[in-house]
Write a protein that binds this ligand. Structure first.
Ligand SMILES: *Cc1c(COP(=O)(O)O)cnc(C)c1O
Length: 224
């Protein structure tokens, strides 16, 4: 990816986000998180120089390496992958601005305990498996609001900010729309939630039309 391509890709994605967003809500912006999991530090730097500030990784080890390689840049790092129990302390030490993938009560309990031991807090989203796919992690939609409330009540070092979901893996656009509507309904029933993270390279416009406030775009930004 050349510098020129980075500028073009970012400009194209932002234009598409804004065009779609204005059809839904002219008052609330949609945030773009650039998912850099397939990309090198050099490529991330090119997007940074084009104006992008929020980046996301899905493995704790990769997040650590890229943070170190790019430590001179004030990047807002997000974490979007499945978090293994034995990596919790490592993730806490990396201070992500937002952890999108809190996907069980057990993980919330462990994470809260380890945050308390370090006297730290973490902004998190509850991941919901809105498409009911075995290959995806996340809480089942029926239980999501109860689990959300339980985490809010019990685990005071977790700042729950909203909901994250991955759209249905389907050729049928109606399945994808349905999964986003399910996510949005759950989000609307959460007290004080401000972030509805849904939409990736292939479906972010559909996600925005259905209420997304944060999209996670990887391949379309980095030419992967
Ligand atoms: C990889 C990934 C993305 C970005 O996917 P693209 O299709 O490359 O845009 C978004 N969210 C999560 C959780 C991911 O793992």
């Amino acid at each position: 990816m050349t510098n020129k391509q980075a500028i073009q890709n970012l400009d194209d994605i932002i234009t598409r986000i804004e065009f779609t967003r204005l059809q839904v809500n002219s008052h609330k912006i949609v945030q773009l998180v650039a998912i850099s999991k397939y990309s090198t530090a050099d490529e991330i730097k090119k997007l940074y120089e084009s104006g992008q500030r929020a980046f996301g990784e899905n493995k704790v080890q990769d997040l650590k390496i890229k943070q170190e390689e790019l430590s001179d840049l004030p990047i807002a790092w997000h974490f979007v992958g499945s978090l293994q129990k034995n990596k919790i302390n490592n993730l806490i030490d990396l201070n992500p601005v937002l952890m999108h993938s809190l996907d069980s009560l057990e993980l919330a309990e462990d994470l809260d305990k380890k945050l308390k031991a370090k006297n730290k807090k973490m902004n998190c989203l509850l991941q919901v498996n809105s498409a009911y796919e075995d290959t995806k992690s996340g809480i089942d939609p029926e239980n999501a609001n109860n689990v959300y409330n339980e985490i809010k009540e019990k685990y005071s070092n977790i700042n729950l900010k909203g909901i994250m979901s991955i759209g249905a893996h389907s050729e049928d656009k109606n399945d994808i729309i349905k999964s986003f509507q399910t996510t949005k309904n759950i989000y609307d029933n959460c007290n004080d939630a401000s972030i509805c993270s849904m939409g990736m390279s292939g479906d972010f416009e559909t996600a925005i039309l259905n209420g997304s406030s944060m999209v996670r775009v990887g391949s379309a930004l980095f030419n992967k």
